[in-house]
Design a protein around this ligand. Structure first.
Ligand SMILES: [Zn+2]
Length: 297
């Protein structure tokens, strides 16, 4: 029998107490579960498409108490927005401050780990000290809000962009698959643009794309995307973004395409054989549905 891995006793990233840490998902686990449940075959990582992935990215980050705190809000978002959108194509949602809390907790997890990474590789990635200071400041504000020491978070904006079906895509880079990339995937990372001074965390949850802005460049335009810390209504329609954040969407599609190129020949053979042996199985799949939409644009 495999020995159960011992949990490390370290400082919890949220409450800062020295406790036994649990493995925390960066992107909430209901996203990967839903992706797996609606997939015909194994799921593969973008970085290493030859490897089957069993679970999404996890890190020893939070203690049990902080995990439990977050999970209440996760369930609420999953039931109020994620599942209705994925399963029943619901496009209009009433939300409250609990949803704002959830979104902040998702971006905070990503930001926390990315700051550690940025600090470690600061010279390689060329991050300026003022950008780092801004991100560190925001992380602190978010942490205090998540711990309920403060009722608001200074300096951030939460936006949700629904990646709806598209019919046209002007200047589409060759070979990219927008629907397949966003509807059949998940990702989360922090980025910064040194010329526009836009810093944000982006998280794709199968087409529900969360942007948390830590600094908004001049002349940016976001329409029908922002969620306030209170009651509001969110509609997956007539949303517009004019921002360098849009470039990240293109980058995610390009990386997804590279992943396909990296898939080994043996792996490709196996996948093609599976489709050839049982074409009906594939044509009924969610992956095929997304690919069909990509062939049409
Ligand atoms: Zn804790």
């Amino acid at each position: 029998m495999a020995k159960k891995q011992e949990r490390p006793v370290r400082r919890c990233a949220l409450c800062h107490e020295i406790r036994e840490l649990e493995e925390s998902h960066i992107i909430p686990k209901f996203v990967f579960r839903h992706l797996r449940k609606t997939s015909q075959g194994a799921l593969r990582s973008l970085d290493n498409p030859n490897k089957v992935i069993q679970d999404s990215e996890k890190h020893y980050l939070l203690c049990g108490e902080c995990e439990d705190l977050f999970s209440t809000y996760e369930t609420k978002f999953a039931n109020k927005i994620f599942y209705p959108y994925q399963k029943n194509a619901v496009k209009e949602f009433n939300y409250d401050s609990d949803i704002y809390y959830f979104l902040t907790s998702v971006s905070w997890r990503s930001l926390y780990l990315d700051i550690l990474d940025f600090v470690e590789h600061s010279s390689d990635i060329g991050i300026d000290v003022d950008i780092l200071n801004c991100l560190i400041e925001r992380e602190k504000n978010m942490r205090e809000y998540l711990l309920k020491k403060k009722s608001t978070v200074e300096g951030i904006e939460n936006h949700i962009f629904f990646f709806e079906d598209i019919k046209e895509f002007f200047n589409k880079p060759k070979g990219i698959k927008p629907h397949f990339t966003f509807h059949r995937g998940e990702t989360s990372y922090t980025f910064f643009n040194k010329s526009t001074h836009t810093y944000a965390t982006i998280t794709n949850m199968m087409g529900i794309i969360l942007f948390t802005l830590y600094n908004k460049g001049e002349g940016e335009y976001w329409e029908n995307t922002e969620l306030i810390n209170g009651n509001g209504r969110l509609i997956a329609e007539n949303q517009k973004i004019q921002s360098v954040c849009g470039n990240e969407l293109i980058d995610i599609m390009k990386r997804s395409k590279e992943g396909v190129v990296k898939t080994s020949e043996i792996q490709k053979e196996k996948i093609y054989k599976k489709i050839k042996d049982n074409p009906e199985y594939f044509t009924k799949s969610k992956a095929f549905e997304a690919l069909k939409k990509d062939f049409n644009i």
